[in-house]
Write a protein that binds this ligand. Structure first.
Ligand code: SF4
Length: 680
């Protein structure tokens, strides 16, 4: 008997998660048999979440798409037949050429974070659409409100080094279920807890993380800025300020002071729906504990005032001088620390003098239904979807479905599986998974760059995103040399000379040289170099230069027909809509659930486990009731994001969410949503 040929290949987790783990894939005779965390990578520490530890199950899933497929039935019915790559690519190129001949802006690329890799994300794909002159896409669906809030306050998506939270004495885990979606940070927070730190969870939902913190503040969705302003009020009243830090390294203190004095804890308690004592205690903790730190995450910015809320919270560390300590300050995203060479990767210069319109991915439902107009530009005639599943994840899904169902819309989807979106495709093109291609990853949760090497050859006929767009470029007659760059060359190009590529090849990861306490002496990357409580850049746009509480579009109590506020946090074993079709993970989640407080359930005659209908003016969604104190009174938690076709009535929670946008960043307001619930 011959010995198996076994290798272990270094890689990186591609998913939209702040941990960006380092992977080790064991390959036996050309087949991946195991994916594990790399113990040599300090952040990963050899541990992966349940989802990705089953990555081989996903790669070799019996339902994986392994040949190009062409639609043979009505849109949305999911009827396809296999075709050759040549037939699919020739036809797609011909269709795109015909549309581009009258207006390339009628072609829209639609992509997001199905992979966070810089190469399989936006490299050759972006070059292709730039060369074509297609519409540009405003990629807002997850984080742009918070990103802008941070940028107008701190100057960019920058903050503390995550490992230093281990030395903090107070950690506010704000808008995040770390155990479910930032597992490796949670390990660090636990270390801090063992060292005596107090952990406070601020989240409308009593999550698994809230269970394990010393205190949980279950505020109403969309009231985070009111809470932050009340903390500032208390810091002022009790003199818990680092006046020297404020005077030296901040801008707009007098104006912020005046605004915050309008927010006594009693007022905030009423707005936030929490006891006044909790706010007073939180402010005292923040004002008197050294070092104190905030791990802010994106859940809280998915409301009308999300950008302002991030601004208000991002002011807190400067007021107490928390940034002076390496274990003090705030981390929402570290991605701004990475010197990525996006222009070299994506080549916007290929547009030449053309300035195509930009469509917001969060309003794709409305935009697919718009006619040609001077204001909108041409009706959308073709969509090319990659790294995304908009039919499941975009808000107001009945509109999205209506748009995708247009028989005159030509839709191409690059995918691993026949998702809700792929059901509406004219062509589905089989894409590679992470263990089949090269990529390079930065991250938003730590400060290491990771290289992903292919562990196995592409399965069957699957091709990399880059390869698919290279082949399309060739058929379109795009002969610029940049379409010939290999994936390994693109990986090198993405980070330029700032990182030693040999180190990445050798270890699979490398740390950025980020200062230990980046803002101990100011030096914020804002125009003033200071933490900008007041932003002249916002004032110049006619916006409020100071952070404020902006009530939700759909504020609790504002509509008697829909008395419950709904948020839709991720189910623990899914990552957005990825992994829903991995049976072992779906079995853990069992069925689409809505968590509802016992009091709200009893008022509606709802029994635990009963099939219920959740509804508002936008739609109706069926799922099962889970009566639980994880939901606070007046707020229900619709755990997401199930594939529509795997749900109870062919819908998911986004049937209920709206296409309205946030105050900053033009982002969706998934958690700004009123509903009513009744037994089905
Ligand atoms: S999803 Fe997050 S925790 Fe899980 S393996 Fe990927 S980076 Fe790590």
């Amino acid at each position: 008997m011959t010995e198996p040929n076994t290798t272990v290949v270094r890689g990186a987790c591609p998913h939209d998660c702040p941990d960006t783990c380092a992977l080790l894939t064991t390959v036996e005779n050309g087949r991946a048999i195991k994916v594990q965390g790399n113990p040599a990578h300090p952040m990963t520490d050899g541990v992966l979440c349940t989802k990705v530890s089953r990555y081989t199950e996903r790669t070799y899933h019996p339902e994986r798409i392994l040949t190009p497929l062409k639609r043979v039935g009505p849109k949305g019915t999911g009827q396809f037949e296999p075709v050759s790559w040549a037939e699919a690519l020739d036809d797609i190129a011909a269709r795109l050429k015909t549309i581009a001949a009258h207006d390339p802006q009628a072609i829209v690329p639609y992509s997001y974070a199905g992979t966070m890799g810089l190469v399989q994300g936006e490299s050759i794909a972006a070059r292709f659409f730039h060369k074509l002159g297609a519409s540009l896409l405003d990629r807002t669906i997850c984080a742009s409100a918070g990103a802008e809030g941070l940028t107008y306050t701190l100057g960019g998506k920058v903050g503390m080094k995550v490992q230093h939270f281990a030395e903090s004495q107070l950690i506010l885990i704000w808008g995040s279920n770390s155990i479910g979606s930032n597992l490796h940070f949670w390990r660090i927070a636990q270390e801090a807890k063992r060292n005596g730190a107090r952990l406070v969870c601020i989240d409308p939902r009593k999550s698994e993380t809230a269970d394990k913190c010393h205190e949980h503040i279950a505020l109403l969705p969309g009231t985070d800025a009111a809470l932050a302003l009340a903390i500032v009020h208390e810091l002022i009243v009790h003199g818990w300020l680092d006046q020297e830090y404020i005077d030296s390294y901040t801008l707009g203190w007098d104006a912020l002071r005046e605004r915050a004095l309008q927010w006594p804890p009693e007022r905030a308690a009423q707005v936030c729906g929490v006891p006044v004592e909790q706010i007073v205690r939180l402010a005292r903790d923040w004002g008197t504990t050294v070092p104190a730190a905030i791990r802010l995450n994106y859940g809280m910015q998915r409301v009308r005032g999300g950008g302002n809320a991030v601004r208000a919270i991002a002011c807190l560390p400067a007021l107490t001088g928390a940034w002076r300590h390496r274990a003090g300050g705030l981390l929402m995203s570290s991605s701004g620390h990475f010197p990525v060479r996006r222009a070299a990767l994506q080549r916007p210069d290929l547009l030449g003098d053309r300035r195509p319109r930009t469509l917001n991915m969060s309003t794709i439902g409305d935009d697919l239904l718009r006619e040609t107009s001077a204001e909108f530009g041409p009706r959308v005639e073709a969509l090319v979807v990659y790294n995304s599943n908009p039919v499941a994840v975009a808000p107001d899904s009945s509109k999205v479905v209506q748009g995708f169902a247009r028989e005159d819309l030509f839709t191409v989807v690059l995918e691993h599986f026949q998702t809700d979106t792929a059901d509406y495709a004219d062509y589905i093109l089989p894409a590679t998974t992470q263990i089949e291609h090269w990529d390079i990853h930065t991250t938003y949760g730590h400060t290491d760059v990771l290289l992903n090497r292919p562990a196995i050859a592409p399965v069957d006929q699957a091709r990399t995103n880059t390869d698919i767009f290279r082949a399309l470029a060739e058929r379109m007659g795009f002969d610029d040399p940049c379409f010939s760059d290999t994936d390994e060359q693109l990986c090198r190009m993405a980070i330029g000379d700032d990182q030693d590529f040999a180190v990445l090849l050798e270890n699979g990861f490398a740390s950025l040289p980020v200062p230990e306490a980046p803002f101990a002496q100011g030096g914020f990357p804002t125009p003033s170099g200071k933490c900008e409580f007041f932003s002249q850049r916002l004032a110049d746009q006619g916006l409020d230069g100071l952070p404020d509480h902006l009530p939700n579009y759909e504020t609790s109590g504002s509509d008697a027909r829909y008395p419950l506020a709904m948020i839709s946090p991720p189910a623990r074993n899914f990552l957005n809509s990825t992994f829903v079709n991995v049976k072992s993970l779906r079995d853990i989640e069992s069925e689409p659930l809505l968590e509802i407080h016992p009091q709200d359930a009893s008022e509606r005659g709802i029994a635990d486990g009963a099939v219920i209908e959740v509804f508002n003016d936008r739609g109706r969604y069926q799922c099962k009731a889970h009566i639980s104190v994880r939901a606070r009174p007046g707020v229900v938690n619709g755990l997401g994001i199930w594939w529509r076709k795997l749900g109870l009535n062919g819908t998911n929670v986004n049937e209920l969410t709206s296409q309205k946008l946030t105050d900053l960043g033009r982002a969706p307001v998934f958690y700004d949503c009123l509903v009513e619930v009744k037994p089905a």
